[in-house]
Every structure is written in C-alpha cells, then in structure tokens.
Design a protein around this ligand. Structure first.
Ligand SMILES: O=C(O)CCC(=O)C(=O)O
Ligand SMILES: [Fe+2]
Length: 343
C-alpha cells in the first residue's frame, strides 16, 4: 500500500475570490470512449483551451497523481539543497537545440537565494530513452526513474486527450496521436517551478507574464492559487479580465498549446495564461507547479492537417514553407524575444 498523499496546501484558497469556472472533464469517461464527454472537451478546446481533468476513478489517473505528488515532495529538497554552482554544471546542454532544458531563475536575493521564480526542466530526451542520455546534475539524476515515469504517464494521458480530439475534429484515426510518440525524440519535458513566497511589496505582482505555450498539451498540477486566465478571449486582455483558476484536489489543469493550434489551423485554441502571487493567506507560502508538456516528435512538419472541419491553408501560409517542430519553436521563440526587446 502506498502511503497517503501529503496535503501540500497549507491554507485554503480564499472563498470569496472571483474565479473562472473551468469545465471538468473526466479521464475515466474519456478512457471509456464516452462521446458526450469528448464533445464537451472538444467544445472547450475550440474556445478557451483550458479545462480541469478529473483524475479520480481511474488507475492511470491515480498513478499520475502519485507521481506528481512525489515530484512535488522531492522538489523542495532539490531547490533548497542545490547551489548555483551545481546548477551551472547543467548549462553545458545549451546550444544543442534543447530550448527549454536546464535550470533558470528570475532573480537572486542578497542571500543568494532565488526570487520570483526558479525552475528546472528535465527533457525526456535527456533521460536516455531515445538518445544518448545527457548527464543530469547530481541533485536530479537520483530521481531519473520518477521523472521518466511522470513524463510517460503525462504523455499517455495527453494521448488519450489527442485521440478523443482527433475523432471530434473528423481526422482519420491516429492523425494526432501518431505525431506524438515517446518512442521517437521529441521536446516532451517535465517542468518544476517554485515561486518563493514574495515579500509584502510584491504581493499582487505578475510572476510569469501572459503567454500561450509552444507545445501541444500542458498538464499542470499545482497546490496554491496564482494561475490566471482571461475571462474573455479578446487578444488584448484588460487587467480586470484576469481570473484565478482554483487548484482542485485530484484534478490537473490542462491547456492546449500553439503547436496543436497550428496543426489544426486554429480550430483548436491555445489558452492564454499568466501567474501572479498566490491570493489571500496563500501568499505567505512558496508556490510549486509541476508540468508535463507533450510536443510533436522532432521530425513533425508543422503544416495543418486536412479534415472537413479544418480550413485549408491560405496562399500566405503555403508560401511560408515547411518547418519541423524544432525550427518552428526556435522561430516562435525568436519572434517573442524580438517583441519583448522592442517593448
Ligand atoms: O506555474 C504555473 O502555474 C504555470 C507556468 C507556465 O505557464 C509555464 O511554465 O508555461
Ligand atoms: Fe505556460
């Protein structure tokens, strides 16, 4: 028998806060080919692109919950016990085309600790399943089996979501799932984020600016509030339009990313989001998020798929040429960086 899961929520999410009521989709129903549940999910994915995934009542969901919990459990010691010197040994991977792997922090305080946000990102391709393993820093290498099984569980759940979506979008069977295979190299990763409890002057500040993810599916598990999505889908979001997503026990928060949006020529929508300091008394605690990100395999050409529900590409889209997912991601990152530098 596994020991019970620790409750990592030291104080409740404030009851009076306006939140967004995301739809709850049941993993168990998706696994049982429940057509109505798939349609409900498809409807969300063609609109706000964000939903809760209920992981209860299903062994695959229970296993994933345990893994996410165990990653959270280990994360505390990893972050507090690792010096910048050790993290810096991981920097060698930079420049090898793995845009997201490694350790990053937003700022350092006078005692040398992380401020605002620190994150470590373990790429699936660094675990040695599809390529020569990359030497993870010592603080992470002990946890390789846990990281591997968490990425696999998240990927399998993402495949169940993709399988249901491809039916709803009238694509031939396996059109989306076959582009997402862990047996090939892909940019799938596990991301662990820690937002240290902010000092009083930073209560209410934005810690992760608004963005959409560059992947296909993000499965997020978090214990404290702070994640926000816009109430309306307008491109320019007013400060008043941001709403908290309340973390619910046993429910992951799922959003679609821009790769899936591109593959379906905008039919499936990537959800915009940001992270602010936790609300109410939760602001006094460090916030952790554990993310499994699923992406198309590296050889995927980022052209939209054909279905009666997907609008054909315009002349302009056709003239852009063919890019693999890796090239597409780098172009996208450069465009975001260009926009940030101009701002
Ligand atoms: O920490 C979170 O809740 C979300 C972080 C996020 O949006 C990201 O890593 O892309
Ligand atoms: Fe994100």
């Amino acid at each position: 028998m596994d020991p019970p899961l620790t409750n990592f929520n030291p104080t409740p999410f404030p009851a009076s806060l306006p939140t967004i009521s995301l739809k709850k989709i049941s993993l168990s129903k998706l696994l049982n080919d429940d057509e109505a549940e798939s349609r409900r999910m498809f409807d969300v994915c063609t609109n706000e692109g964000f939903f809760y995934l209920d992981l209860t009542g299903e062994p695959k969901g229970q296993k994933f919950l345990r893994e996410l919990h165990d990653v959270r459990q280990e994360a505390e010691g990893i972050f507090t016990g690792t010096t910048m010197e050790v993290w810096n040994t991981w920097e060698a991977r930079k420049g090898e085309g793995h845009v997201s792997s490694g350790y990053k922090r937003a700022a350092t305080n006078e005692k040398g600790g992380a401020e605002i946000l620190e994150v470590f990102n373990v790429a699936h391709s660094d675990l040695g399943d599809t390529t020569t393993p990359f030497q993870l820093p010592s603080c992470l290498s002990d946890h390789t089996p846990l990281f591997r099984s968490t990425i696999r569980s998240g990927h399998n759940i993402a495949s169940i979501i993709l399988g249901a979506l491809e039916k709803c979008i009238q694509l031939p069977s396996s059109s989306l799932t076959s582009l997402h295979r862990l047996s090939e190299t892909s940019g799938d990763f596990l991301n662990v984020l820690r937002y240290p409890a902010p000092p009083a002057e930073r209560h209410g500040t934005v810690n992760f600016p608004p963005h959409r993810d560059a992947n296909s599916i993000t499965i997020l598990f978090t214990w404290l509030g702070g994640l926000q999505v816009p109430e309306s889908d307008a491109e320019a979001v007013d400060e008043d339009n941001w709403r908290f997503v309340e973390p619910l026990p046993d429910h992951a928060i799922v959003n679609l990313g821009e790769a899936l949006q591109a593959l379906t020529n905008g039919v499936l929508k990537a959800g915009k989001h940001r992270v602010v300091a936790p609300p109410g008394n939760q602001v006094n605690f460090d916030k952790y998020s554990v993310i499994v990100s699923t992406r198309p395999t590296d050889d995927t050409i980022m052209r939209c798929l054909q279905s009666p529900l997907i609008p054909p590409e315009t002349e302009e889209q056709i003239s852009e040429g063919n890019f693999t997912i890796k090239q597409w991601t780098i172009r996208k990152a450069m465009r975001v960086m260009g926009a940030t530098h101009k701002a």
